[in-house]
Ligand binder design. Sequence first.
Ligand code: ZN
Ligand code: ZN
Length: 326
Amino acid sequence: MKALVYTGPETLEFQDAPDPVATGDALIRIAHVGICGSDMHAFLGHDERRPAPLILGHEAAGEITAGPGEGSRVTINPLVTCGVCEHCLAGRENLCAQRQIISMPPREGAFAEYLTMPVGNLVTIPENVPTEKAALAEPLACGWHAVRLAESALNRPLDQAKCLVIGGGAIGFGAALVLRARGATEITLVETNVARRDIIAREDGVHAVEPAEVEAGFDLVVDGVGFEATRAAASAAASPGGVIMHIGLGSAAGGLDIRRMTLQEITFIGTYTYSAQDFRDTAQAIFDGRLGALDWPEIRSLSDGARAFADIKAGSVAAPKIILAP
Ligand SMILES: [Zn+2]
Ligand SMILES: [Zn+2]
């Protein structure tokens, strides 16, 4: 098969790769696969968990061509977990110590024509939903999980909470769409890129602003970026008794105003990926149209994937997500 292979820092090559063999798993022909911030991080050579050579990509949907479910179109939950540990049994599979994610050894990723997956990781796509929208289940599920956790920590119902999302990539924008779907009515999203802000501003109920326009007093702040500057902004923007949900993996430390968070009893919750149920619930919300038209990703060819990575690095991409089609 053809695959977009990460062969070293800032190098991706569209080349022949071994066909995956489905021993009991489903063999999927990938139709669409999104580029994630974590793929970018690995591409730049900053992720020691993802050494070259490796096929990246974990936001994928396609059609089963062999094995169980042959002929079905599916979206893929990329987290493979043990199913028997304390966390898996509690429905918190994302905390499983044995967890694997495709695009990290020992599992190859989905920037390829084919991929094998355990059938329990697959959600069938209804006929009227295109695969490029179904492929958004993974990034949107991160927001779904974060908002679900936030709801149990907030001291008021979501429909009465003033919400701020930092970052208009698919994680932040996705969290804003989930907030809207779950009943929030006051949603501000702060994004530095003006072209991206214009795309986000087209979405009903999401107020897109530039950083200088953000004031304090938010019951809920979602940091979908995760750098020092955004954590500092989140610390300042949260109201007394408010909640900060931290999804972004930009940098490992710095930025939080621990003193203010202590004096003002601001709750900080770190959140990583989603449970298997969150993933299924997000996919269903996409299928039902509850997350909007989802017409904002830019679709490009997998063979031209290296250029997409270069454009994202250069900051010249307005769309909150680029999706590649093998
Ligand atoms: Zn992702
Ligand atoms: Zn487990």
